[in-house]
Design a protein around this ligand. Sequence first.
Ligand SMILES: Nc1ncnc2c1ncn2[C@@H]1O[C@H](COP(=O)(O)OP(=O)(O)OP(=O)(O)O)[C@@H](O)[C@H]1O
Ligand SMILES: [Mg+2]
Length: 286
Amino acid sequence: MNTYDPVTFDVLQANVDLLAENERLDLERRRLLELDQLKTEFLARISHDLRTPLNSIIGFSDLITSEVGGRINKKHAEFIAAINRNGHALLAMINELLDLSSLESGHVQLRLDQVPLQVLLEDLQDATVPVLENAGIETRWPQVNSVKDKTVLVDRRRIVQVLVNLVDNARKFTPRGGVVSVEMDRDSHGVHLVVADNGPGIPKSEQDRIFAPYYQRPSGGMATNAHGVGLGLAIVKSIVDRHGGSIELDSGIGKGCRFKVLLPDLSRAEQKTSDPVPAAAPDRRR
Ligand SMILES: Nc1ncnc2c1ncn2[C@@H]1O[C@H](COP(=O)(O)OP(=O)(O)OP(=O)(O)O)[C@@H](O)[C@H]1O
Ligand SMILES: [Mg+2]
């Protein structure tokens, strides 16, 4: 004989609701994945579409400057140099924009390698020394002992990108004659990378916001010749996060900036678990 049991009915009803909700969430998830895929394809497409004509502008202005097609006068050379400079600036902005977008979408796989600190330092110096010298900045590099025979499991290109961004900011916002220092060391917890300057500094109230995309301080903290779109520190933070690390800023108005990146020892984490950092795949190809 069938008897109506209100408790059983409620449980059945709850199950039906749960199934419907699961189905709705699954549809929503698929829709978001499709949108994400579209965004990635769109970015890849505009990246190609914007970079191709820009490379042509930069390439042809280089050719005109080298007078391959014939002599040019001094005034023309100045105009062409401006076209070339701005072409490079635009290309750098497009690259930054695409870089942040792909880092945030999670499509970038880290290529982890055991990298000597000495190699990170040399890569950083190769990328920054000429510009620092040109800007009249005194640079202090890490002591030999603090980098000698020490390695860290990181994506070499990405961590150099972090350091170059920090040194480039230090250079950009520190007046001529200023000092930029770089420190590197490792202890049992991991690696510490420090980039410090004696420039204008950043007030406490703005220290969180500078890591947000597109945030640039109002003219007080900006050198008049400073260009950029405000993406550098957002990219830095994203790369450091992907390594499971953190970044700290010690600064105040008139006190310079001291950015400290802490990278945990991933090789230890790797021994404990087979998947230490989400989406970080060891890559021995380089
Ligand atoms: N070393 C520094 N000294 C003083 N201010 C700084 C320093 N580093 C960053 N800032 C401030 O933080 C803001 C954000 O820095 P971020 O690197 O993200 O952007 P940007 O350098 O202006 O542009 P981009 O990096 O895209 O070329 C800068 O505009 C500047 O106001
Ligand atoms: Mg920057």
